[in-house]
Design a protein around this ligand. Structure first.
Ligand code: C2E
Ligand code: MG
Ligand code: MG
Length: 716
């Protein structure tokens, strides 16, 4: 007799025919479908062939017994969660235990209560279905979590540990964090910028029981950056105390990256990757606000390639595009601080470049202190563009024209500045190729004066219009003149004798400072030689050298060659350097200075106290002498704040075993004060102004045996 197996199919395995008949009868009556087997082997075969929902299994049978059948079913792929009820003898605790041990779900004792049998079977099936449902839903949850890259986790306050689901572990991709992680260990791996935010959210959750939603970045073990979204809620005990937290974390890396790509595309020019017009305009307006607030200035440069249209027509659009990319690369690498913008969070760059359309680019120059600063940037860009380009094996030279508009003078909105920069660019094109023009005519005049002066200076060095003047350095301890400082002058054919203040800054801006330094060293060394020939070898000559000269790779060899060429030794020369040198690249500077000192050059730090030297690292530099800046010396005898600084510098120099020189000494009071405070070596108008070589020589001849101490401190 068969009934449809709506309630389930039961496999009944028993060698006792009587049991089988009665059991099958009551089960069928209760609506189950029953398959019968009279031995273990048959039972297993039926199990294989049919879809069985529950097994009723006798223990004692000929052939393989019930325990063995049970164990084999459990190993079957369909048998893992199947309810198996074993028929055991009453009070036969041994077989009951063995039944459980071999994997039985439950047992029914013989003799069988037929009414109870159907109930036990029904509840056995129901329980098994519930278990299977849970297993299935767990499986599909895991599957869904995997698909959505969502993992869950739990943190318990009791042991302070985080426990992760498989997917969470997969997301973080880290065995270290799995299972045993503590919140602080976890936090260490969170991106610095997000750390405080996440920590605060978690602390608030624990303290106040408030749920949170947050996204943050995290460093995976393999070094890749993971972006996640996390939601968490508190777990509370019966009294409402928060005893932990649980939440889920979703891997949103791909979404974030896609978002960034979209943002990048929206803000950048697709061809060159430079900022596009909109993005640039936004940056400029931010900068204008800032400049307005701080009362500072900035400039917009409009750069347009010369004759690009004909190049493009001749080469074709594809080659034209590649050319634009090459120009974009050059501009990108010639603006300063562009790499700062790529940081997360972006920092302010000094300059920023964008492509606005076709062959037109634009550059924002921030912090323009003097208009010539913008002109320097323009020159730098023009040079970068006009270097020979290689395209498809062909050499090409492109040039550009630049128009400059300066905020606030030429406009105070992005549009106005842009328009004026473009107008200025057309004016530049009208003049010729590879040039720049300011929108403002006065600035153009100033720029051309500067340009003229720069050309003049270049010629001045070549034509020998530079002169050295010498100012004595005296030692009040002995009363003698012990050296001189060489100070450069420019005998300008029209403008007369110019002091260094009028051309050194220009020389530094234009890079001429290195050539100027070379000239000074050579001329100074020749002078030293003359003094030595006259028998004044004890006079040491101090020479000012700007940082760009010092930082030349071969400076030590160059200086040695120069002094040897003049026939003097490095011991006769003291090199005066500026504090700014110590700021650049300390390790490199130390190497260069050590090499120079090994050669025998004296090393002096000029204008000390005006820069930003950190006293703590001053001693790392091999320096023999500190020159107290004039500003402090002027104040010295008046007992002001600066006097205290002068005294600390003297003290500091002595501590580090350096000689301290006071410069700009103009009065006897200053001289006496400095001498009294252990600073006998002095220089200043009190003793002599800087003099041309012949007058200096005359002074020296007259005063060779002169006692300056007697002269100037006599009255005291
Ligand atoms: P510095 O090296 O600190 O030179 C000292 C300056 O102070 C000189 O100005 C000198 O004339 C001036 N001075 C000396 N004693 C007194 C005084 O008692 N009272 C006043 N008011 N001033 C005094 P100078 O010659 O105009 O040079 C200015 C700066 O130009 C120098 O400052 C140095 O930084 C730079 N310089 C001069 N010659 C050279 C050079 O050959 N190469 C380089 N790179 N820079 C140079
Ligand atoms: Mg000096
Ligand atoms: Mg000085």
């Amino acid at each position: 007799m068969t009934t449809p197996d709506v309630n389930g199919r039961v496999l009944l395995v028993d060698d006792d025919e009587m049991v089988r008949i009665l059991a099958a009868e009551s089960l069928r009556h209760a609506g189950f479908t029953v398959s019968e087997a009279d031995c273990g082997e048959d039972g297993l075969r039926l199990f294989d062939e049919q879809r069985i929902d529950l097994v009723l299994l006798d223990v004692m049978m000929p052939g393989i017994d019930g325990y063995e059948v049970c164990a084999r079913i459990r190993q079957h792929s369909l048998g893992k969660w199947l309810p198996i009820l074993m028929l055991t003898g009453l009070n036969d605790t041994d077989s009951i235990e063995r039944a459980y041990a071999s994997g039985a779900t439950d047992f029914i004792t013989k003799p069988i209560n037929w009414l109870l049998l159907t109930l036990r079977v029904r509840y056995g099936l129901r329980a098994s279905r519930a278990i299977q449902d849970v297993a299935r839903s767990q499986q599909s949850l895991a599957q869904a979590q995997r698909l959505a890259r969502i993992g869950n986790w739990e943190w318990s306050r009791a042991d302070g540990r985080l426990s992760f689901s498989d997917e969470t572990r997969r997301i973080f991709g880290d065995v270290d964090l799995a299972g045993s992680a503590t919140p602080s260990l976890f936090l260490n791996r969170v991106r610095q910028a997000d750390r405080a935010r996440l920590d605060t959210a978690r602390q608030t959750l624990l303290r106040e029981g408030s749920a949170y939603q947050i996204s943050y970045g995290m460093l995976r073990e393999d070094g890749t950056l993971l972006e996640v979204f996390e939601e968490a809620v508190p777990i509370s005990d019966a009294s409402g105390r928060v005893i932990g937290a649980e939440g889920f974390t979703q891997d949103i890396t791909e979404r974030v990256q896609a978002q960034r790509r979209i943002e990048h595309l929206a803000m950048h020019d697709a061809l060159t990757g430079l900022a596009n017009r909109q993005f640039f305009a936004e940056m400029v307006s931010v900068e204008l606000d800032r400049a307005q607030r701080l009362g500072s200035s900035c400039a917009i440069l409009h750069l347009d390639l010369d004759h690009f249209k004909s190049v493009n027509d001749a080469l074709g659009d594809a080659a034209g595009d590649r050319l634009l990319c090459a120009v974009a690369d050059r501009l990108r690498s010639s603006v300063r601080g562009a790499d700062l913008l790529a940081l997360n969070p972006p920092l302010r760059a000094a300059e920023m470049v964008a492509r606005i359309d076709g062959d037109a680019f634009t550059v924002l120059v921030m912090e323009v202190r003097v208009p010539s600063h913008a002109a320097m940037v323009a020159e730098r860009l023009l040079q970068a563009v006009s270097r020979t380009l290689l395209l498809d094996g062909r050499e090409l030279v492109l040039t550009a024209s630049i128009g400059i508009a300066v905020f606030p003078r030429d406009g105070d909105t992005v549009e106005a500045l842009w328009r004026h920069a473009e107008q200025a660019m057309y004016a530049a094109k009208a003049v010729g190729t590879s040039t720049y023009r300011f929108f403002d005519e006065e600035m153009n005049k100033a720029a051309s004066v500067k340009l003229e002066l720069e050309n003049d200076l270049r010629r001045a060095i070549a034509r020998g219009e530079l002169r050295l003047h010498f100012q004595p350095k005296v030692d009040l301890a002995s009363g003698r003149m012990i050296g001189a400082e060489a100070l450069v002058r420019w005998q300008h054919p029209q403008r007369g004798l110019l002091g260094p203040g009028e051309f050194i800054p220009l020389a530094e801006e234009s890079g001429l400072i290195v050539a100027l330094g070379d000239w000074v060293v050579a001329a100074g060394a020749r002078q030293c030689r003359e003094w030595a020939d006259a028998g004044w070898a004890a006079l040491r000559l101090s020479i000012n050298l700007a940082s760009p000269s010092f930082l030349q790779d071969d400076i030590s060899a160059k200086l040695c060659a120069a002094v040897r060429h003049a026939g003097i030794s490095p011991q006769q020369v003291v090199l005066e350097l500026t504090e700014s040198l110590l700021m650049v690249d300390a390790d490199r500077t130390i190497t260069i200075l050590s090499a120079l000192r090994d050669e025998g050059f004296g090393l002096s730090l000029d204008d000390f106290g005006t820069g930003y030297s950190s006293l703590s690292y001053l001693h790392r530099f091999p320096i023999d002498e500190l020159k107290i800046d004039r500003a402090f010396v002027t104040d010295v005898a008046l007992g002001g704040r600066y006097a205290a600084i002068a005294l600390s510098i003297i003290e500091l120099g002595h501590q580090f075993g350096m000689r301290v020189v006071a410069e700009g000494v103009e009065t006897r009071q200053q001289a006496a004060f400095l001498l009294a405070h252990r600073c006998p070596v002095q220089q200043g108008f009190l003793y002599s102004r800087p003099l041309p070589a012949d007058r200096f020589a005359a002074l020296f001849v007259n005063r060779q045996d002169h006692d300056f101490r007697q002269e100037f401190l006599r009255a005291r």
